[in-house]
Design a protein around this ligand. Sequence first.
Ligand SMILES: Cc1cc2nc3c(=O)[nH]c(=O)nc-3n(C[C@H](O)[C@H](O)[C@H](O)COP(=O)(O)OP(=O)(O)OC[C@H]3O[C@@H](n4cnc5c(N)ncnc54)[C@H](O)[C@@H]3O)c2cc1C
Length: 610
Amino acid sequence: MPVYRAPTDDLLFVMNELLELDKQRDLPQFGDLTPDLLEDILTNAGKFAEEVLHPINQSGDEEGCHYENGVVRTPAGFKEAYKQFSEAGWGALSAPSKFGGADMPMMVTLAVGEMMQSANQAFAMYPGLTGAAYGALLATGQDWMKQNIAPKMVSGEWAGTMCLTEPGCGTDLRLMKTKAVEQPDGTYKVTGTKIFISGGDQDLTDNIIHMVIAKIPDENGQIADDLSTVNFFMVPKFLVDETGKMGARNGVNTGGIEKKMGIKGSATCILNFDDAKAWRLGPKPVPVQPGQKRSASAGMAGMFGMMNNARMGVGVQGISVAEVAFQNGWAYTHERRVGRALTGAKDASQSADLEIVHPDVRRMLLHCRSFVQGARALAMWTTLQHAIADSTRPEKDNAALLGDLMTPVIKAFFTDMGFDCANAAMQCYGGHGYIRDNGVEQFVRDARINQTYEGANGVQAMDLVGRKLARKGGAAPMAYLALVGGWIADAEKDDAMKPFTAPVKRGLDILQQATMWLAQHGLQNPNDAGAGAVDYLRLMGIVSVGWMWARMAKLANDKLKTNPSNAQFYRDKIISAKYWMERMIPECPMLFERIQVGSATLMALEKETA
Ligand SMILES: Cc1cc2nc3c(=O)[nH]c(=O)nc-3n(C[C@H](O)[C@H](O)[C@H](O)COP(=O)(O)OP(=O)(O)OC[C@H]3O[C@@H](n4cnc5c(N)ncnc54)[C@H](O)[C@@H]3O)c2cc1C
């Protein structure tokens, strides 16, 4: 059976030492987060992940979800685990206390989420989406929804979903067919089919609050073919009144669940909405006047807010799956005997050495370790930028730009790397990795969806290149280049830092050139921007994680001068940092070379464009 040990020490290192939480107490929700409280939360969450969620991960994958007569059942053990999860308050960490939450920063939720997802990604989807849904309700809902509906989701009594995708549209929401017709009492009736809805039905909670996007038809009953009339709605599975009392079944039915490659314990549902009673969220849509250019409606803003939070969560899923796969690959290579060390037998009393003696095996494991720990630091740093953006600090606008810039990078780079790492860990098992009983192939299957849902990774790259780079005259990339460049200029004064500052500087210079190249060529030929977007996003991911590693190497160097009792922890950090500098930063010139090739060849085959 696979193993999982929560990386509590590393999370504490990132939050306390790298991000200096003691200096962030002025930020909203950080005031009460003492080191002791943080350690207590992470230790208990880790224990829950190891002891309750991890033991039902493999069995949940084998059994999957069930659908019978319109009803969905989750795998054995999920219901009991969900009850314990909710009673312990793990789903309520970052909700405001006045709505039943613990008022903790989102950083704590992400750290706890990382552990829960490592232990059991399929299970963690249910509370994860509920968190995104109640966050959106608190941001856009009416007072009675905040007072009487959201708290039931915060406590875990009810769950939430995100309903965007339809049979004819996922990425391109303009093609959406689901419509919402206003009723005399101000509510709406929603009709249409949503597919691939995670947790669309389950047997864990009494009620489910669906967060749905739908188009409001014009006076002739026609729906627009753009985003101008898309609005955001709350549609409960069982009707609710303004006191939060549950009533009759609403017009939402489960048409089936998908048979899928991975996350089999997460019910992926087809939902049929048939005149389902709905409440519109957010500001009232402004009617479009004849001749006026249509733009995305204000109703989309609530959905984008929910999606941005969910994107950070999915990026962290990339870290989670890489961590658990790495731990298992590491354990296997310390037991399996195969071949001899190239420099002579390490264990002559045995017929073969341990697998871990081989440089290539060590490469695979260090690749995972270096990604996981570097990415964890970047995810936490980005969440800190989001928190600063919500504060009154003078640097709040800069932090908003940086957090916004990094969100698609975290979603796409981390989930691509998460899949690569799960695959590398499986390779450590040789043929045994391909055998289901050993459990490591599940990580590869589970990791794969992270690259697609919450916006396919290629689409994230287009968001970065097409929107985030150019917005406000390029303010975000300029802020980023200035920040990292300034840090390097300071750190490189220390000779001991040269092995770290020189590679990051090289990567940053290339990133700057690539940014300018895309700004110039993307305007002339948008296909050039589209052709280079994925490489550009990876380039930014590699440089950003590299910067985190340089910062952690500096911390480790300084700490080792004080002879700490856990010196090995800091020595290992320096080795992982060197891996990133020596083996990941060299990708930067290659990626830039590829970006500069442009789109001509990709667009050249006539058959493809016909
Ligand atoms: C297990 C699972 C769970 C899911 N959970 C949810 C959920 O809870 N709620 C929900 O609403 N949806 C959910 N989804 C749907 C998911 O978000 C969509 O599948 C995803 O957004 C892609 O949409 P699509 O499948 O329609 O692909 P399409 O939009 O048809 O895109 C196909 C491919 O075309 C490419 N592409 C498309 N547009 C562009 C572009 N502009 N630039 C570059 N390339 C492009 C991408 O490579 C993309 O992968 C889930 C899906 C799965 C499989």
